[in-house]
Design a protein around this ligand. Structure first.
Ligand code: AHR
Length: 324
């Protein structure tokens, strides 16, 4: 498929702005020997983010990339500025995991205006404002709603008590995994009237904040017997808080989450956690493959979906050596 930016055509025919943006296409990518590739990481405060960045660095040589990788240190504003700087440095293509759904939309739009095709990796932006196949090429990532749903289904099947009192530790407010993992879990667990969510609060996907929030919530809800964390780091923080309060994770509290980190698999092996649904950070090879197809003129679906496994006591030991 020969790609063109239709905006120029629209201007030539004197069409209005609304029509122009409705006709937008992501910029094309020329076939080249080497590419200057931008990867704008949002933060590096947990093993998942570090593994994702490493995956891009590990892929760079094999894929003939001159990689420019940045770290926004947990600030959406800095992530937008990092993308600005990459555009100024003349990147050919941008891989962007947007920290939050709305604040990163300007970065997507600026890359498009600069003629740089963008692939969103692992997280997405607000689909009502920026769309795959128009403002960016595609979203490469997991189905976060399904991840939350799978955790809920596992809890429904494996919880042994009569009444499940749930505390939910949410991810970064305004991020696509926090929004989707919440709706995927809540919508499904609440279909079973044994379960009640008594508190749901952000721990910003961070271990320390997960621990602190759990400490506070435990005081308000000492009868909690299920903790659902939107990622493994917060689950591990919650386990620390529970143990400090004299509780016994795995015995009197069921802890469940998402990611598949080494610490979570170890916690499952140790009997402190019930399940973690995988969310892979290893996007480098997929990014290389999809970018190559795009440059070759192949049609790329709006969502290149990553399939996730599930880790429980039945298989955690088999996978811990490959975990991060
Ligand atoms: O976007 C994916 C989430 O972001 C991972 O689950 C989490 O650990 C990370 O920070």
């Amino acid at each position: 498929m020969k790609r063109r930016i239709l905006m120029g055509t629209a201007i030539a025919f004197g069409l209005g702005l609304t029509t122009m943006s409705a006709m937008a296409e992501p910029p094309p990518l020329a076939q080249k020997e080497r590419y200057k590739v931008g990867f704008s990481q949002m933060e590096s405060n947990n093993p998942w983010r570090i593994a994702e960045t490493k995956s891009f660095h590990d892929t760079a040589e094999a894929c003939n990339w001159d990689l420019i990788a940045t770290d926004a240190a947990g600030s959406a504003a800095k992530q937008v500025a990092d993308v600005d700087s990459m555009i100024a440095q003349g990147i050919d293509v941008l891989f962007l995991p947007p920290r939050e759904e709305k604040p990163l939309i300007p970065a997507v739009m600026k890359a498009q205006a600069a003629g740089i095709p963008t692939f969103l990796v692992d997280r997405s932006v607000d689909p009502n404002v920026a769309k795959a196949g128009e403002h960016y090429v595609s979203f490469l990532g997991s189905d976060f709603i399904d991840q939350g749903k799978r955790v809920a289904e596992w809890v429904i099947e494996n919880f042994e008590g009569d009444k499940g009192i749930i505390v939910e530790l949410e991810g970064t407010t305004g991020s696509s995994p926090a929004n989707d993992r919440k709706s995927g879990f809540d919508d499904n667990i609440l279909k079973d009237d044994r379960f009640e969510i008594v508190a749901s609060q952000t721990g910003d996907f961070a271990r320390d904040m997960g621990r602190q929030v759990m400490e506070t919530l435990l005081q308000a809800h000492p009868d909690v017997n299920i903790v659902y964390a939107h990622n493994d780091e917060m689950a591990i923080g919650a386990i620390q808080a529970l143990e400090l309060a004299g509780r016994k994770p795995g015995e009197d509290v069921l802890v469940v989450s998402i990611d598949g980190t080494r610490d979570a698999l170890q916690a499952i092996i140790d009997g402190k956690m019930g399940v973690t649904v995988e969310s892979s950070p290893f996007f480098g090879p997929l990014a290389c493959e999809i970018m190559g197809k795009y440059a070759a003129g192949e049609s790329i679906p709006p969502w290149v979906k990553v399939e996730d496994r599930i880790f429980t006591k039945d298989n955690a030991a088999d996978h811990i050596d490959e975990a991060y």
